[in-house]
Write a protein of this length. Sequence first.
Lengths: 113, 104
Amino acid sequence: MNKYWNMIFLAAAFEVGWVVGLSHAYNVFTWILTGICIYVSFHFLIMASSRLPVGTAYAVFAGLGTAGTVIVEIFIFGEPFQLAKILLIALLVTGVFGLKTVTPAAEKKGGLG
Amino acid sequence: MAWFYLIIASFGEIFGVASINMYLKKKSWRWLITLIASFAFGFYFLALAMEDIPLGTAYAVWTGLGATGAVIMGVVVFKESMNVIRALFLTCIICGAVGLRIVS
């Protein structure tokens, strides 16, 4: 069960990679890296969805990806730090860990995993 | 027209998530291609919408509609279980993400 949640977290981490890549990639190498991130993030999202409810998995993936991107933009690209951002990230993370605690292990959907 | 594009973009996302589920069930190339095509289609219309709608607003609406739609689609189409507590936590995630898109 935990394994599938970890896959969503990994998928979200790679999502941050490609969202940042789409706006900051500047040469062939960084574009290839962006492409790899897109592939890896969807790979883990699909793997996680094999056991977790797909709607929940996607909402967590999209939410954490957004939070991660905002954090990277603040710490690496010098976007302004605002209290509102921190509060919204806290709300989002509360939702993720709450869901992780109460979501039941789903039945196997296919031959994966 | 831009708002119409934005709604189409959100549906691309919802249909993409449905395709993930179908791909996991059927394991066919057809669903894998549908999956890639729907997300690509969604991004294309998101980009079109952003020509007229400010970036933060467009992203916020797209994230909110897409994630909420994906959850509802999962429950209605694929009969995934749902209860008040899970719906509440999902609301926290979606509100947090939409809020971040607006203030960023």
